[in-house]
Design a protein. Structure first.
Length: 201
């Protein structure tokens, strides 16, 4: 661990509040913290799961406590994941290997699965991949179901006034969920053709 931290000392310029000419603004620790803070605030305050949590609170005090606890644990988790990334960076610096420059990976975001596949034991690598896949499916499923429910209630039921029986409502929700799933998958293929802020959004 000490060897990894020694390898990371050469990146001390990233701690400067004003990025140097050798360090783009996007690679500043402060820029990273600001960006993660804004994204976390949006997720903790406006995400569909967060709103559901707020609506089930008994009063405003419980709602505020829920927000504070969620934000605190989210911040701690983000710091832990950042430290994990620093350890991976230190590992490859000690090995004098840059998988991106060596052509082992095509994007910098692929470093974690590459590290898991090439360096971790097979059982641990499988658990990590399964955890990433499971969390992705959970978030994706929640988003698709929320979009289908919102479209059904806000547009079809309220705006258009199309009421139906419980059985027909269930079939309609299932069809809407399938449509939104196909739409998001199609949009992901389309967005892969672009770069920059389109991909980030």
């Amino acid at each position: 661990m000490l060897l990894y931290l020694q390898q990371l000392l050469q990146y001390h310029e990233l701690l400067a509040f004003h990025p140097t000419r050798h360090s783009p603004p996007a690679e500043s620790v402060w820029a990273l913290g600001f960006g993660v803070g804004i994204l976390s605030l949006a997720q903790m305050a406006t995400d569909q799961l967060a709103v559901q949590r707020f609506l089930t609170a008994k009063d405003l005090g419980n709602c505020v406590r829920s927000f504070v606890y969620s934000s605190t644990f989210s911040g701690l988790f983000t710091i832990l994941m950042g430290f994990n990334s620093l350890c991976i960076l230190g590992f490859y610096k000690q090995q004098r290997l840059d998988p991106l420059k060596a052509g082992k990976i095509e994007e910098a975001d692929q470093i974690l699965p590459y590290f898991a596949i090439t360096e971790l034991p097979h059982g641990i690598a499988g658990l990590l991949v399964a955890a990433v896949l499971g969390s992705t499916m959970s978030v994706y499923s929640g988003g698709v179901n929320a979009a289908a429910t919102a479209f059904h209630i806000d547009i079809l039921s309220n705006a258009c006034g199309k009421t139906c029986t419980k059985e027909s409502e269930l079939r309609r929700l299932r069809l809407l969920t399938l449509c939104f799933a196909v739409l998001t998958v199609a949009l992901s293929f389309v967005c892969s053709l672009f770069s920059g802020i389109v991909v980030l959004s």
